[in-house]
Design a binder for this molecule. Structure first.
Ligand SMILES: Cc1cc2nc3c(=O)[nH]c(=O)nc-3n(C[C@H](O)[C@H](O)[C@H](O)COP(=O)(O)OP(=O)(O)OC[C@H]3O[C@@H](n4cnc5c(N)ncnc54)[C@H](O)[C@@H]3O)c2cc1C
Length: 394
C-alpha cells in the first residue's frame, strides 16, 4: 500500500490488489515505529495519522518473574515522533488507502487475488487475478510482490527461499480489558512462559509463545491445564482467562523467518515479507516492509512512468535493502535461539541477564535499543517525486 501510494504520488499508474475484502485480520501487528512515523512526516501525513485513535509507547519494558526492567527509551531519537504508535494494522492500512486514493493514478482492488504470473520469455509481464466477477489477466510494466510470508508471487516466480528457522510458534488470543488497565504493551517471562499483551482499546491481544509444533501436545493436556498456564502468564489479567471457552478461541500462528536469495526477476520484484518473512521479535516487520516500499519507490518512480525497469534497477533495490534485512533478521534469530527458545523449553523463570540490570539503571543506555528497534539500520527517506498535489482531504 505504501509503495503504491508513493508511485501514484509520482504519477505512475498503480493497481494494488488485495485478496481479502477488507484488512481486518487480527494476526496483524500493531506497532508503527518512529522510522515509519518519520516517513509519514516526510509525506505531510503525520498529524493526520496521529489524529486517529492510537496509543503512544515511549519506553519499552520487560517483566521477568516479578521484576520489571526498562529496556528502551525513545525520547532521544533524532525523529519528530519519539514513540511507537500502537494502532491495529487494519486501521493503518485503511488510513494509507484513504490517502492513496487521493491520487488519480492510484487504484485499489479488494477481493482481487493474484493466482498466476504472466510471462513472455523470461520476463514477467503481468498477473492473473481472481475476483468475485471471474478471472482476468492484468498486464504491467512491473509486478511488485508484497503479498506477505506465504507469498504466491514469489512461489510462482520460482525465486529461491533460504529458511533461517524459527523455533517457536505463537498462540494468539484475546482477553478482556478492564477499567484502570495500563495501555503499554507487556512482554512477560514467567515460569516457562513468554506472554505478550497488546492493548487494543476494547480487548487485549495476547500472544503465548510455544515450541514449534507444540500446539497438539498442549491440546492433549486439556483446556483446563491450558487455562492454568495462562493464569500464571497473564499477570494482572489472570482472572480473565475464563473468557476463553475452548481451543476454538485460540489461533495458532506459525512463525517463519526466511529470505529470498534473489528478490527479483525481469518484470518483477518482491518486497516486505514476500522478500524476507519476519519473526514477531521486536515488532519490526511492518516497519521494515515500509522501508522496502520507500526504497523501491525511490528507484522505481522516475523509471516506471516512462518504461520498464532494467535489471540493474531491480538489483539496486535488493542491494539497498539486503543489509538492513540481514542485520534485523540476525538479531531476531539470535534472540529467538538464545533467549526465547530456552525460556519456553524450560519450566523456570530465567535469571535476568546483566545487560537488563544495566539498561534499567542507566537511562542514556536505553537509547541504543530504542534506536535499533525504532529506527533500524539504514533508514530510508522519501525521494520519489510528488508530481501533482492531490486535492485536500478532510
Ligand atoms: C504472530 C506475529 C506477530 C507479529 N507482530 C508484529 C508487530 O507487532 N509489529 C511488526 O512490525 N511486525 C509484526 N510481525 C511481522 C509482520 O506481521 C510482517 O513483517 C508484516 O506484516 C509484513 O508486511 P507485508 O506488507 O510485507 O505483508 P503482509 O502484512 O502479510 O501483507 C500481505 C498482504 O497481501 C495479501 N495477499 C496475500 N496473498 C495475496 C494474493 N495472492 N493476491 C492478493 N493479495 C494477497 C494479504 O491478504 C495481505 O493483506 C508479526 C508477525 C507474526 C507472525
Amino acid at each position: 500500500m505504501m509503495c503504491g501510494m508513493l508511485l501514484a504520488r509520482a504519477g505512475v499508474d498503480v493497481w494494488v490488489l488485495e485478496k481479502h475484502s477488507d484488512f481486518l485480520r487480527d494476526f496483524r501487528g500493531d506497532t508503527v515505529h518512529p522510522s515509519t512515523l518519520q516517513i509519514l512526516d516526510e509525506l505531510g501525513l503525520l498529524e493526520k495519522f496521529l489524529a486517529r485513535p492510537h496509543d503512544e509507547v515511549r519506553e519499552i519494558t520487560a517483566e521477568i518473574g516479578k521484576e520489571r526492567f526498562k529496556v528502551a527509551d525513545m525520547s532521544r531519537l533524532p525523529t519528530r515522533a519519539k514513540f511507537v504508535a500502537l494502532m491495529p494494522q487494519w486501521h493503518f492500512l485503511d488510513f494509507l488507502a484513504e490517502e492513496a486514493r487521493r491520487y488519480p493514478t492510484f487504484h485499489l482492488a479488494m477481493d482481487a487475488e493474484v493466482t498466476e504470473l504472466l510471462s513472455k520469455g523470461r520476463r514477467i509481464v503481468g498477473a492473473r487475478v481472481n475476483t468475485p466477477d471471474g478471472s482476468g489477466d492484468m498486464l504491467a510494466r512491473l509486478v511488485i510482490g508484497a503479498d506477505g510470508r506465504q507469498s504466491t508471487v514469489r512461489k510462482k516466480a520460482g525465486l529461491k527461499v533460504r529458511d533461517l528457522g524459527a523455533p517457536f510458534d505463537v498462540l494468539w488470543l484475546r482477553l478482556p480489558v478492564e477499567a484502570g488497565d495500563p495501555h503499554e504493551p507487556v512482554g512477560r517471562f514467567i515460569g516457562g512462559n513468554l506472554f505478550v499483551m497488546l492493548y487494543r482499546g476494547d480487548y487485549w491481544q495476547c500472544a503465548l509463545l510455544i515450541p514449534k509444533g507444540g500446539f497438539e501436545a498442549l491440546k492433549k493436556e486439556g483446556f483446563s491445564a491450558f487455562l492454568a498456564r495462562l493464569r500464571t502468564a497473564a499477570g494482572f489479567a489472570r482472572d480473565r482467562v475464563e473468557a476463553l471457552k475452548s481451543f476454538d478461541d485460540v489461533k495458532l500462528l506459525t512463525v517463519v523467518v526466511d529470505r529470498l536469495t534473489r528478490w527479483w526477476r525481469p518484470g518483477l520484484i518482491c518486497i516486505g515479507d514476500a522478500a524476507h518473512a519476519m519473526s514477531p521479535v521486536g515488532g519490526i516487520g511492518i516497519n521494515l516492509a515500509i522501508q522496502d516500499a520507500v526504497a523501491a519507490a525511490n528507484v522505481l518512480a522516475p523509471v516506471l512512468a516512462k518504461r520498464r525497469p532494467r535489471r540493474a534497477e531491480l538489483r539496486r533495490i535488493q542491494q539497498r535493502r539486503l543489509w538492513p534485512t540481514r542485520v534485523v533478521q540476525r538479531f531476531q534469530v539470535v534472540v529467538q535461539n538464545t533467549i526465547l527458545a530456552r525460556t519456553i523449553r524450560s519450566q523456570v523463570t530465567p535469571r535476568p541477564p546483566l545487560i537488563l540490570h544495566l539498561l534499567n539503571r542507566w537511562r542514556w543506555l536505553r537509547q541504543w535499543p530504542a534506536r535499533f528497534i525504532g529506527l533500524g539500520v539504514r533508514p530510508e527517506h522519501v525521494r520519489s517525486p510528488l508530481v501533482e498535489a492531490p486535492p485536500p482531504s478532510n
